[in-house]
Ligand binder design. Structure first.
Ligand code: ADP
Ligand code: ADP
Ligand code: ZN
Length: 215
């Protein structure tokens, strides 16, 4: 089973993807994570990517499609969760073609619907474990023990350079201009499912589970 988690920055895509990885052994393909890895690689491409990401703009289709292609080629079984990809119509078309080449199809596109006012708080409170990547929030999902990761016991945490109110404005603009047309695109294809992303993490996860069980 292959699914896309679609929604603006802060909608809860990574949080739900990680739950599905744990519960179902699915494979999470996050272009945001791949690009952050590229950023630290010290290559020319990494520098270019860092600049674009820090401004809150989208990286070129060519780069992200290449990254996804590479990861899909190396992965087997489990089914894919595409998180943060596709973000443009060109990426959506490329994904359809890549899946077809692997003899796979898309089973559901889950739109995580949230309202914009909630996103500022989501984004400015987000932090992640530097060791295992677990995602936390100052108010809605703090670690059980202050300063210690629930998952791996790590004590190092990161806040993203683009998780500030200014970059978020730019990221939302990019989302509405370039990514939100995908909602209509997948609706027309008959694969769109909507869940309420404003519910608490457990309730969103239950809604996602329901979609997957009937897909
Ligand atoms: P969020 O979790 O806030 O939705 P991501 O981690 O998915 O953000 O992405 C962070 C940044 O990486 C984006 O603002 C953009 O610059 C870049 N990026 C990630 N995925 C893509 C993509 N599919 N196409 C273009 N740029 C991307
Ligand atoms: P995205 O990948 O869509 O950008 P994340 O999964 O990183 O979003 O979530 C953004 C922030 O909001 C994180 O700090 C996360 O802990 C928190 N969060 C995620 N889902 C919920 C939810 N349903 N209710 C409250 N906070 C949430
Ligand atoms: Zn951890």
């Amino acid at each position: 089973m292959n699914i896309i988690l679609l929604g603006p920055p802060g909608a809860g895509k990574v949080t739900q993807a990680k739950i599905l990885v744990d519960e179902r052994g699915m494979i999470q393909l996050s272009t945001g994570d791949m690009l952050r890895e590229a950023k630290t690689s010290g290559t020319e491409m990494g520098h270019r990517v860092a600049e674009v990401m820090n401004r809150g703009q989208l990286v070129t289709d060519e780069i992200v499609i290449g990254l996804i292609e590479e990861k899909m080629a190396g992965a087997t079984g489990g089914g894919f969760i595409f998180d943060g990809f596709p973000r443009t119509l060109a990426q959506a078309d490329a994904l359809g073609a890549m899946l077809a080449r692997h003899g796979e199809k898309l089973d559901a596109v889950i739109e995580m619907r949230v309202d914009d006012a909630a996103l500022v708080a989501r984004i400015t409170g987000r932090f992640t474990c530097a060791t295992c990547g677990a995602v936390y929030h100052d108010q809605t999902k703090p670690t059980a023990k202050a300063g210690v990761c629930d998952v791996c016991g790590g004590t190092h945490f990161l806040r993203r350079a683009d998780d500030n109110a200014d970059a978020l404005k730019q990221r939302l603009m990019e989302y509405y201009k370039k990514t939100s047309p995908l909602i209509g695109y997948y609706y027309a294809k008959g694969s769109l499912e909507v869940v309420d992303g404003l519910a608490d993490i457990g309730a969103v996860s239950a809604a996602v589970r329901k979609v997957l069980d009937k897909a």
